[in-house]
Design a protein around this ligand. Structure first.
Ligand code: BMA
Length: 358
C-alpha cells in the first residue's frame, strides 16, 4: 500500500514538474512565464563588454552603474564569425562572447544572439545590399557555390551556439534572431533582393543546418522592422514550425518630433505580434528598440514605458552604448541627462531587470 502511494506521488510530481526536455524548451518555457508576469524584461546589446566611456573591463556595465542592477537580457552579435575572424564586427572577441554568455547565464539572465553576416557574394558587409550584389535565389539553391558558402557560414554559427556551455558542461539556451529587419532594404537579405519564398528558404536552410547538427539550445526569433499590416508582418514569415518568438524591431528617430511616429508604429505592430503570438502559442518581444543618443531626457519613463507596458511582451532589447561611434548609445550612462528617467523606468513594476527574473 505504502509503495503504491509512493508511485502515485512520484507520478503526480513528474506531471507537475517542468515539461522541458532540451535547453531550448527550458528557455521557451521561461520566456512564456516572463511574458505572463506583467513585467517586461529589459535587455541591451553588448551591455557587459563596453559602454559609453569604457571598453573590455570585466564586470562592468553602464546599466549597472546607473541602476545597481544588470539587464535581464544580454544580446551578442555573431557577425564575422562566418569569416573565421577572432573578433566580431564591433571588435568583441568571440571568446569573450562565450565567457559573457556563461557569466550572464550563471547570474540568472537570458542571452540573445543576433547575426550581421558579411555578404557571401561580394564578401562586403551585411549592408552591401544592391540586388546585383545579393543573389539570394542562388544562395538558397542547393548545389551552387554560393549555397555551399552560406551552408558553411550558417554551420559556423550553429557550432558556436552549440558550444555555449555552463560550468557543468550543459548547453546554455539562447534566443537566435538571424535574418532580421528583412522588411527593410538595408541588409543584403532585405525584401528587395528576394521573393518571399526565397527568403523563407533562407530560414529553412538555417533551421535544417542547426537541426542536422543536433543543436538543441536555440529559441528562434523572427523580427521584421516597422510594418503597418498583418499581411506585411507575415508576408515572409517562415512558418510556425520554425519560429518561437514573434518580434519587432522598432526604433524611435528624430527626438521629440519623432515621438508620435514612434508611438504610431508601436501601436500598429505590437498588437499584431502580441495577438498572433497568443493565437499561435508563441512569445512576443520587442526585439530591438531605442532612441539613438537618448536625445529626449524623459524618453524612458514618459515615452517608452507607457508605450510598451500595455503589451504582454517577454522582453525588450535596446542597442549598444558605443565608446567610439559618435552619439551611438541607447541607455543613459552616469551623468547623461536621461539618467533619472531611466532609473524611474528601472523602478517601475512594469519592467524587469536581472534581480526580477532570477
Ligand atoms: C548597428 C551599429 C553598428 C554596428 C551594428 C552591429 O546598428 O551599432 O555600429 O556595427 O549595429 O552591431
Amino acid at each position: 500500500m505504502k509503495k503504491f502511494a509512493t508511485i502515485i506521488l512520484l507520478g503526480v510530481a513528474a506531471c507537475t514538474a517542468s515539461m522541458a526536455s532540451t535547453p531550448a524548451d527550458a528557455l521557451r518555457e521561461r520566456l512564456g512565464k516572463m511574458q505572463d508576469s506583467g513585467k517586461i524584461a529589459f535587455g541591451q546589446h553588448d551591455a557587459t563588454v563596453y559602454g559609453r566611456y569604457w571598453a573590455w573591463d570585466n564586470d562592468r556595465c553602464d546599466i549597472k552603474e546607473v541602476t545597481g542592477d544588470y539587464p535581464a537580457v544580454c544580446n551578442w552579435d555573431l557577425g564575422w564569425l562566418e569569416i573565421d575572424s577572432p573578433i566580431n564586427l564591433d571588435s568583441v572577441p568571440f571568446e569573450r562572447i562565450r565567457r559573457e554568455v556563461r557569466l550572464h547565464n550563471a547570474r540568472g539572465g537570458v542571452n540573445t544572439v543576433s547575426w550581421h553576416p558579411q555578404n557571401p557574394f561580394t564578401l562586403g558587409n551585411a549592408w552591401d545590399k544592391a540586388p546585383e550584389h545579393a543573389p539570394v535565389a542562388e544562395m538558397v539553391t542547393p548545389g551552387t557555390e554560393l549555397n555551399n558558402t552560406l551552408t558553411q557560414w550558417i554551420g559556423k554559427t550553429a557550432d558556436f551556439i552549440g558550444s555555449l556551455r555552463d560550468e557543468q558542461g550543459n548547453r546554455i539556451p539562447v534566443v537566435f534572431r538571424p535574418w532580421h529587419e528583412h522588411t527593410g532594404t538595408w541588409f543584403w537579405w532585405g525584401q528587395h533582393t528576394s521573393t518571399p519564398e526565397q527568403y523563407k528558404q533562407l530560414w529553412k536552410m538555417t533551421r535544417d543546418i542547426f537541426d542536422q547538427k543536433g543543436i538543441d539550445n536555440v529559441v528562434w526569433a523572427y523580427s521584421p522592422d516597422k510594418v503597418t499590416t498583418e499581411e506585411e508582418y507575415f508576408e515572409r514569415y517562415p512558418g510556425d514550425d520554425l519560429i518561437d518568438i514573434l518580434g519587432a524591431d522598432i526604433y524611435a528617430f528624430n527626438g521629440e518630433e519623432g515621438i508620435d511616429t514612434f508611438l504610431g508604429y508601436i501601436n500598429t505592430e505590437l498588437p499584431i505580434a502580441v495577438r498572433e503570438a497568443k493565437k499561435r502559442g508563441k512569445i512576443a518581444a520587442l526585439t530591438e528598440c531605442g532612441l539613438e543618443g537618448i536625445t529626449v531626457p524623459y524618453w524612458y519613463d514618459k515615452v517608452l514605458l507607457p508605450a510598451i507596458s500595455q503589451y504582454p511582451l517577454a522582453y525588450i532589447t535596446v542597442w549598444r552604448n558605443s565608446p567610439t561611434k559618435p552619439n551611438h548609445w541607447y541607455v543613459p550612462f552616469k551623468g547623461h541627462p536621461a539618467e533619472e528617467s531611466f532609473v524611474n523606468f528601472y523602478n517601475s513594476d512594469k519592467t524587469a531587470f536581472l534581480k526580477d527574473i532570477k
